[in-house]
Design a protein around this ligand. Sequence first.
Ligand code: COA
Length: 345
Amino acid sequence: MGTAAVLTGLGAHLPPRRVTNADLAERLDTSDEWIASRTGIRERRWADPGVSTGDLATEAGLRALKSAGLGDDARIDLVVLATTTPDHPCPATAPEVASRIGLVDAAAYDLAAVCSGFVYALEAASNAIRAGRAANALVIGAETYSTILDHTDRTTAVIFGDGAGAAVLRAGDDTEPGALTGFDLGSDGTRRDCITVPAGGSRQRAAGGEPAEADRYFQMRGKEVFTAAVAHMTASARAAAARAGWPLGTVAHVVGHQANLRILRAVGEQLGLDPGTVVSNLDRVGNTSAASIPLALADAAAAGRFAAGDRVLLTAFGGGFTWGAAALTWPDLAAVTTDERSPIR
Ligand code: COA
């Protein structure tokens, strides 16, 4: 027995504007057939003009606190917001979100690990709890990729969506349902150019001059990312399960970063798991980067797919490259609010 961070609340928020593959095919040289067969995505949500990552994060955070049974007077020691699309280059978005939620004096910071961000943030919050630095924490993954996409680039514009998901953790015991018991994290910065927004940071500003227009937006080398994602998500999931002492055959659900249905299926296969263990909601939300794992968890929980005590492996991969996985025993969670439930397969 030992101290562990325990999941006690989960919340999700999607902006209401639905963008279907057919909508995209009206203005890009693409089709519902191409997008659905290559990625599994059928629609995604994009925030309306004026709506920021912090707005979505605030909604998801409030829902997570409600799911944890915490009211307006909630006291939370730590807020970690994983995002690639912060409201501003400076300051971080997390302090503003914490204040809007009503969390006074909480430590609050942003964490940038692209699509692995939520797993990185879970690990950071879990470490703070295990070290006795925080009694509880709010971990949020929130993104508005619609603001960094090149909407004329069919290779990226069809893949990403906006959204936010959040989890409440508290100090508990590593034997109780909800415990996070094994983590694995890693990175490979030699592959940084595979997923990048080249301009807008100190590298480009220090070089001076005006950046090329395309460099202001998200760029990705999809094929290289695909292969690396399968390899690292699989290896990281194995490592996290081993740290938790879980034989892979005891894993009930794999909740991977929702990048591509073919990636998720390949990871399940390489882990030797039944296809039914692979959780996916990306047909309705696309790739929401740091928000994707909490959104998939919230959708699956709202659909009643998990039972308390089930072993759930989270595994993610993203720009950097970064990757990470976590072993989570499913808790007896109160109703999870998602504004529109996605059918889970
Ligand atoms: N509609 C129609 N055709 C498209 C298209 C679109 N939206 N996007 C690309 N194509 C075309 C390409 O131009 C290419 O045409 P060509 O053969 O004439 O050059 C063809 O389709 C095949 O492209 P390719 O990139 O080889 O396709 P793919 O099977 O690798 O699928 C991705 C592309 C992006 C879907 C896939 O690589 C992927 O999902 N990668 C992982 C991306 C990801 O999720 N990253 C997030 C961080 S983990």
